[in-house]
Design a protein around this ligand. Structure first.
Ligand code: MEV
Length: 440
């Protein structure tokens, strides 16, 4: 019988990499061949790069870790995160533990359709254009589904609707922007929606007598929005109000909103990368969505109810991902990441990502309004500084210990501290044995 995830995640961070892989096998998340693949660095075919991009010369490695303790909509997940920044995986896992003990995470995806845009840069008479186009709407939907999106139609998706927007050019005339609304099922849908738009160019020109100037999807998918909600019970008013205040700061001030949202993306991007999804598209969509009332705002909001002692956080934005097609289908590690997550649909993946982004935001706001960001971040960053200063494996424990002492006293630490400590050590001032490489 496979072990529960909650069982294997107890003390997971203290295990060696091999033991973690064993634990994931015990939970049935990985097969022995998967564990072997990951233990060798997740590289099977070095020519795979040529299938993705051009002028390939090598691979860029980013570590992949597992965020533990997440229970989302009552289901436990092992969440793969590919990211280079220290403390993200640890902080998400630690905070997910707090949330599962003190509250819950619920999520939903509202809407199904993505948006393709067809632009006519300068129309003579917008109202006539709109009338001509909409009179052919059903026909256009029908031919797009029959000729291009037939695969999606078979899976219950396809083109659903067509709308037209009047966009003033600022020179007294209008551009007409047609929106093609399409349900991409479990694909991200970028290629297919672009194909649909280009296919419709000719019939639209012939029905309206206007020139189509360009066709491309929109990343501002306000027709399909993912929501995550974290509810924490029995929260001390001091902490609750501090987090509410920090959230208000990010809602009201775009300078703070940018940093707040970067912290949310700390949780979002690593899962997108691990699962082979287009993180630039998701980021663009989130940034555009949060600026839709004319001011750039936070993608999360936290409120504290003092009477009930309940802290509630909400994430809401388009988070369009795929679980089939594209890189997700071709990249073996992305395939494995999806398998580890055990997701049944693109919507489920999107919901998980929103939940992790929201929890990551909670971590940051809690730290920023209490001990500050340096303590936790730098504690974990010390190893990077140590390696960055050029410490050998033998020298690392000594340098780490010294840097921890400096951090405890001075509350800050930098690469130059690490270099100084290493110099001292190599000059023979430290207690640790001087490594052979330091003698040269
Ligand atoms: C650092 O990677 C992310 C934070 O700056 C996010 C935030 O300020 O909310 C800590």
């Amino acid at each position: 019988m496979a072990k529960e995830l909650s069982e294997i995640f107890k003390g997971f961070s203290k295990l060696t990499r091999e033991e973690r892989l064993d634990a994931l096998m015990e939970a049935g998340v990985l097969q022995p061949s998967d564990a072997e693949y990951l233990s060798k660095g997740g590289m099977r075919d070095t020519t795979l790069g040529e299938k993705f991009i051009e002028n390939v010369v090598g691979w860029f490695q980013i570590p992949m870790g597992i965020a533990t303790n997440f229970k989302i909509d009552g289901k436990d997940y092992a969440i793969p995160m590919a990211v280079e920044e220290t403390s993200i995986v640890a902080a998400a896992s630690k905070t997910a533990k707090w949330v599962r003990e003190a509250g819950e995470i619920t999520t939903e995806v509202v809407g199904e359709d993505i948006i393709g845009q067809i632009q006519c840069a300068k129309v003579q008479d917008f109202l006539k254009f709109e009338k001509d186009l909409l009179s052919q709407k059903n026909y256009l939907i029908e031919i797009a589904n029959k000729e291009v999106a037939f695969g999606l139609v078979r899976r219950g998706g396809g083109v659903r609707d067509i709308t037209v927007r009047r966009v003033p050019r600022g020179d007294g005339s209008d551009m007409a922007v047609i929106h093609i609304l399409m349900n991409p099922c479990d694909a991200m849908g970028a290629n297919i929606i672009n194909q649909v738009c280009e296919f419709l160019k000719e019939p639209i020109e012939s029905f309206t007598g206007e020139k189509v100037t360009m066709c491309i999807l929109s990343n501002l998918v306000d027709t399909k929005v993912t929501r995550a909600k974290v509810t924490l019970q029995n929260i001390d008013p001091e902490m609750g109000f501090k987090i509410q205040e920090a959230s208000l700061f990010a809602w009201c001030d775009p300078y703070r909103a940018a940093t707040n949202n970067k912290g949310v993306l700390n949780g979002v991007d690593p899962i997108l990368i691990a699962t082979g999804n287009d993180w630039r598209a998701v980021e663009a969509g989130i940034h555009a969505y949060v600026a839709r009332d004319g001011q750039y705002r936070s993608v999360t909001r936290w409120t504290y109810d003092e009477t009930r002692r309940v802290l509630t956080g909400i994430f809401e934005a388009p988070l369009i991902v795929g679980t089939v097609g594209g890189v997700t289908a071709l990249h073996p590690t992305a395939q494995l990441a999806l398998k580890m997550l055990g997701v049944q649909s693109a919507a489920e993946l999107s919901r998980i990502i929103a939940a992790v982004g929201l929890v990551q935001n909670l971590v940051a706001l809690k730290a920023l309004t209490t001990v500050g960001i340096i303590e936790g971040h730098m504690k974990l960053h010390i190893k990077n500084l140590t390696l960055g200063a050029g410490a050998t494996e033998k020298e690392v424990p000594y340098v780490v210990k010294k840097l921890e002492e400096i951090l405890a006293i001075r509350k800050r630490i930098s690469l130059s501290n690490a270099i100084d400590v290493l110099k001292e050590l190599r000059a023979g001032d430290g207690n640790a044995p001087v490594s052979s490489s330091a003698k040269h």
